[in-house]
Design a protein around this ligand. Structure first.
Ligand code: C2E
Ligand code: MG
Ligand code: MG
Length: 561
């Protein structure tokens, strides 16, 4: 080999090493150039490198050409290399020369071989990395995933550009309803359309990823927050361009505006802030957008603690039923009672407001409800055995039960195992917010009714009260939320009274028994009487009572009115 050729060879080798150690991504053009120069230096006419994802893909010829060079002068094969990686991807390279060309000397053959093998091993590794990237950083629908997001945070942080950005985690509202209304396929189009809209808005300096189902996370310059929130509040997405069909999509979101002095040690520090805000937004029907505040993490820790202590509390029988009497306002007679849960922990009576919202974040609440029903059934059974005349006791059932197809069976098993006649048990359920829940609710109330168990719609008037709820579901009792009761010295007292009396007369004409809860004053009792709302529950008569206290009231049977 001439000195000049040797020098060219070394230069080529250097260039190859340079390209292979570049931190940038695989530069196809560069490698095509190197292959071309190898061919020129050694008088080769053509070079082709192919890549296959698997052995079977190779068999079926289903691969891609990664780099090629062809001067059109002939195709006599001079070298063929095939590399199978441990993950069974295949990379193949073939070099050709013209028929009339001098064959390669042994030395040249070795040199070409070294160049080609270095190139192949590099490309195959690089290709593998791209594949792994695809698997690790994108989900099955091609959306970038949480890993992608974390890596983007690290990249930004590395460049010192993390501050000045805002992170937003959002969940599409009622997306299962959207799917049901327009079909799954159109639903996919809608999700993509909404995603693209935000992606366009946040531009190339932003990142948006899907983190499972209809949950997303995005990072963008803080000055864009206002326009992003505009889309979050509600944006019409076209899902059928031909027929111009569109649907309104909105989301609930947690927001973390990264402060100027924020120091990120690892990406989870940012995720850990936006996540609790997003959780709160999701579970708070009154608030679409929740900003992160420092006390959220304290709350989150308490959440986790409650979750842990709950199981222990169940084992140690720390949950008790307190009974609040329901009273006939005309006669003062106790006609029923509601069982309300209290957690007796370290001598303190913990009210449900401190733990039920936490247990409702997963299905722990269902275990608690079953326990409460069991306690109530045991008490009723004991009262019967002791010859006391029990009253009907209502137990609260969380909405979380609605998806349980075996709910009725579970309830009946507890009641029947305790040998309690069904007429003594009543179940209180609250209003639903989605159509899907509504359908389940209807099914459950219907089946309870056929088993002879009374049902109550609880807190009516508090949330999304809909008339359909009482028209289409065969409830026995309608319980008016305390916010419905007119309160003295309040401006809207007049209209509250009108509403109150209308709802009662409507419920009565539908054959529903009415109970007013949260009754505290004599004036309110008078109002109930005037409107023929027969039953009241509230501090006016008694607070929820421990079982021994309640038993005394049962003995007494009635209050003075
Ligand atoms: P709820 O079912 O609507 O229960 C009525 C709530 O109103 C009770 O609060 C009761 O103590 C309170 N209350 C009764 N009379 C008055 C009054 O005159 N004035 C005022 N201001 N409040 C009155 P509590 O016991 O704190 O329970 C709160 C909520 O927790 C319940 O609302 C119910 O939704 C839930 N809860 C309680 N026990 C259970 C349970 O075992 N399972 C489930 N799933 N939820 C429960
Ligand atoms: Mg209730
Ligand atoms: Mg209530």
């Amino acid at each position: 080999m001439s000195d000049m050729k040797k020098e060219e060879y070394f230069a080529l080798f250097e260039r190859l090493i340079d390209s292979m150690t570049q931190p940038t991504e695989f530069d196809r053009e560069e490698f095509v150039g190197i292959l071309g120069d190898i061919c020129k230096l050694f008088h080769l006419s053509k070079g082709v490198t192919e890549f296959y994802r698997s052995l079977s893909a190779e068999k079926n010829g289903d691969g891609e050409i990664l780099i090629d060079y062809d001067n059109g002068h002939g195709d006599k094969v001079v070298m063929f290399r095939r590399l199978v990686t441990p993950s069974m991807t295949v990379i193949k390279s073939t070099l050709y020369m013209a028929e009339e060309e001098e064959p390669l000397s042994e030395e040249d053959y070795r040199r070409v071989d070294i160049l080609l093998r270095s190139m192949l091993s590099f490309i195959s590794r690089n290709r593998l990395q791209t594949l792994v990237e695809k698997l690790g950083f994108f989900d099955e629908d091609g959306y970038p995933n949480l890993n992608f997001f974390m890596r983007s945070l690290e990249k930004l942080n590395e460049r010192g550009e993390i501050t000045g950005n805002t992170v937003l985690q959002f969940n599409l509202r009622h997306f299962s309803l959207v799917n049901r209304e327009i079909g799954r396929q159109a639903g996919d189009v809608v999700m993509r359309g909404y995603f693209d809209q935000i992606k366009k808005l946040i531009g190339s300096s932003g990142v948006i990823c899907r983190i499972g189902g209809d949950n997303f996370i995005a990072l963008f310059r803080s000055e864009l927050l206002h326009s992003v929130l505009f889309v979050i509040e509600g944006f019409p997405v076209i899902y059928d361009t031909r027929r111009e069909k569109r649907i309104m999509v909105s989301a609930c979101a947690g927001v973390f505006v990264i402060p100027e002095d924020f120091v990120m040690n690892k990406p989870s520090e940012i995720i850990g802030k936006v996540f609790p805000a997003a959780q709160e937004a999701k579970f708070n029907p009154d608030c679409n957008i929740v900003y992160y505040t420092d006390d959220m993490n304290v709350r989150k820790e308490r959440f986790m603690e409650v979750g842990k202590l709950f199981v222990e509390g169940l084992e140690k029988d720390e949950f008790k039923a307190y009974y609040q009497p329901k009273v006939d306002v005309e006669t003062g007679k106790i006609v029923g009672a509601e069982a309300l849960c209290r957690w007796i922990r370290d001598g303190r009576v913990v009210p449900p407001g401190e733990f039920i919202p936490i247990l409702e974040q997963n299905t722990d609440i269902c275990r608690l409800d079953y326990r409460m029903l069991d306690i109530v059934c045991m008490d009723v059974r004991r009262w019967l055995d002791e010859g006391r005349e029990p009253v009907r006791i209502s137990v609260n059932l969380s909405r979380k039960h609605l998806i349980d197809v075996d709910l009725l069976e579970h309830l009946l098993k507890i009641i029947d195992d305790n040998q309690v006649p069904h007429e003594y048990i009543e179940l209180e359920l609250t209003e639903t917010t989605t159509d899907v829940e509504f359908r389940d609710l209807k099914r459950i109330v219907n089946s309870l009714r056929s088993s002879g168990i009374c049902t109550t719609v609880d807190d009516f008037g508090m949330g999304y009260s809909s008339l359909n709820l009482i028209r289409e579901v065969p409830w026995d009792v309608l319980k008016l939320d305390k916010s419905f009761l007119p309160v003295e010295n309040k401006d809207d007292r007049g209209s509250a009274e009108i509403m109150f009396s209308h709802v009662i007369s409507m419920a009565q004409s539908m054959g529903l028994e009415c109970v007013a809860e949260g009754v505290e004053t004599e004036k309110q009792i008078d109002l109930l009487k005037k409107n023929k709302c027969k039953i009241a529950q509230g501090y006016y008569f008694d607070r929820p009572l421990p079982v021994e206290e309640f038993e005394k009231r049962l003995q007494m049977r009635s209050y003075e009115v």
